[in-house]
Design a protein around this ligand. Structure first.
Ligand SMILES: *Cc1c(COP(=O)(O)O)cnc(C)c1O
Length: 307
């Protein structure tokens, strides 16, 4: 399963004046390098789910997502690599017939993914028995992967992100969507470490969702860097990401890792971390979403993310 991951993921140390001034060391775990589309945490979250699907003898994966979803791109690519048919249930009926204009959906289609476009109202009900039964009647007996991919098997995969060598870090930082990734990180962290989560969206449901899967209490949410909500960006964020790329060579994504890194460096400047702290930030991937975001930035007449 997924035999393209042959080497250990490197931690890249970042050098920036703001860090040196406070004697803080920051490294980035380059999970974005795992695969261009099955990248970062989506690889981790799919691994044991695909093994389970195979064990159950299923050859069809079905999942849900929005028009630019990293998860949909990853399911499509993973299905192609590992020999599963894939179906994406996509939020927004208006996208039907516009697949070519959307880089994520056209990539997924090129991997053989079939789509079912549904209204936003129907999407809200997508996990109801009625909706799923109708889907099963329409297609065949698929293996269901939840939206964003979070379930127990996904958390198990994310427990493999940290290695023994990472015990040297005082802080582990991650972006949060559904909370599956941070739950895995919490479970494989040391009690002496603090895990900081940077939600990419507004809302207070996350605490509960994380607690469902997390085995320890050594974590905290930093709620002030969502930039107004999920996939909301402004020029300040884009400028930060472009400057960060120039200084470090690391391309961040605008929905998750860009906001996390903006938050980490802002907290460093505010003196949040003690002198001498060592921080590990997880680059959870998401690079595939940049062309889609850039086309929206162009429409708004705003600066774009330099690739
Ligand atoms: C999906 C995603 C996340 C969020 O992961 P959760 O497990 O849903 O919290 C973070 N970063 C990137 C790049 C993602 O694609």
């Amino acid at each position: 399963m997924f035999d393209f991951l042959t080497e250990e993921i490197p931690n890249q140390e970042i050098e920036l004046p703001a860090l040196a001034q406070r004697n803080i060391r920051l490294s980035v775990k380059r999970e974005d390098r795992i695969h261009p589309y099955i990248s970062g945490n989506k690889y981790r979250k799919l691994k044991y789910n695909l093994l389970e699907a195979r064990k159950l003898g299923k050859d069809h994966l079905l999942s849900f997502g929005g028009a630019y979803s990293n998860h949909i791109a990853a399911v499509a690519a993973a299905g192609k690599e590992e020999g599963f048919r894939t179906t994406g249930v996509i939020r927004g009926e208006e996208l039907e017939g516009k697949i070519e204009e959307n880089p994520t959906l056209s990539y997924a289609a090129s991997c053989g993914m079939k789509f079912k476009f549904i209204s936003r109202t129907a999407y809200r009900d997508k996990t109801s028995d009625k909706f799923l039964q109708a889907l099963r009647a329409e297609t065949d007996d698929f293996f269901l992967i939840p939206e964003g991919g979070t379930n127990e098997l996904a958390v198990k995969g994310c427990e493999e992100i940290l290695t023994e060598k990472d015990a040297q870090f005082n802080y582990i930082c991650s972006s949060i969507g559904t909370g599956g990734t941070i739950a895995g990180l919490i479970n494989c962290s040391k009690l002496s470490q603090q895990v900081l989560g940077f939600p990419a969206l507004k809302g207070s449901f996350l605490q509960e969702d994380i607690r469902k899967f997390a085995s320890k209490d050594n974590w905290k949410l930093i709620d002030s860097y969502h930039f107004g909500g999920y996939a909301k960006v402004n020029t300040d964020l884009v400028q930060f990401m472009n400057d960060f790329k120039t200084a470090t060579g690391i391309l961040l994504d605008p929905v998750y890792t860009g906001k996390m890194m903006y938050g980490i460096l802002d907290l460093v400047k505010e003196g949040y971390f003690k002198e001498g702290s060592r921080i590990l930030a997880i680059h959870t991937g998401g690079i595939q979403g940049i062309p889609g975001m850039n086309s929206q930035l162009v429409k708004r007449g705003l600066p774009i993310i330099e690739i």
